[in-house]
Unconditional design. Structure first.
Length: 177
């Protein structure tokens, strides 16, 4: 368990797709990003928080993006790529890693909200730079090596009712965060 104190400056990087799919596949519910941000900051000084999101042609996600911004989370948006044959892709791993490295000189703590094992080299690099690294994800779907590599791991599966929204009707789906 990492030491957390109020003088620490924190930057938070949220892999929205990873969190969305984990919550949907494990619980058939949506993520409460307000609570995740509160847990990430843990009473410390938030310098910046980023959510890495995907824009679709329909634009149905716009209210969700606006809700994130109202929480003080900056959105980094990328268009969904649709390839020949119908395969869809929108990968933010490199963008998240570059932003985390770029911002690491301004903070003591980097919080990665993702269970994606692709972030192991990033966490190792940041630790070698003397940064405290914290990972927040659903333990049941998170890379165990990522959990072990970080200085601290918060398992959202230990308190799913806090970190997941109550099921709401399909028509209100995009209205809450």
């Amino acid at each position: 368990m990492a030491i957390k104190h109020k003088a620490q400056r924190v930057a938070v990087f949220i892999d929205v797709q990873n969190m969305y799919h984990s919550a949907r596949n494990l619980y058939d519910r949506r993520v409460n990003f307000r609570e995740i941000l509160k847990t990430s900051v843990a009473g410390r000084q938030l310098i910046r928080a980023f959510a890495y999101v995907v824009r679709t042609e329909s634009g149905e996600e716009k209210p969700f993006f606006e809700a994130l911004e109202r929480l003080g989370i900056e959105t980094r948006e990328k268009d969904l790529q649709i390839y020949y044959g119908g395969m869809k892709k929108a990968d933010w791993d490199v963008g998240m890693a570059v932003d985390a490295i770029r911002l690491s000189n301004s903070v003591e703590v980097i919080v990665i909200v993702s269970g994606d094992g692709d972030f192991i080299p990033l966490v190792e690099y940041l630790k070698n730079q003397g940064k405290q690294t914290e990972v927040i994800a659903f333990g049941k779907s998170a890379s165990s090596k990522l959990q072990d590599t970080a200085d601290d791991f918060v398992d959202l599966s230990e308190n799913p009712d806090l970190y997941l929204l109550k099921n709401v009707s399909k028509t209100n789906k995009s209205q809450s965060v």
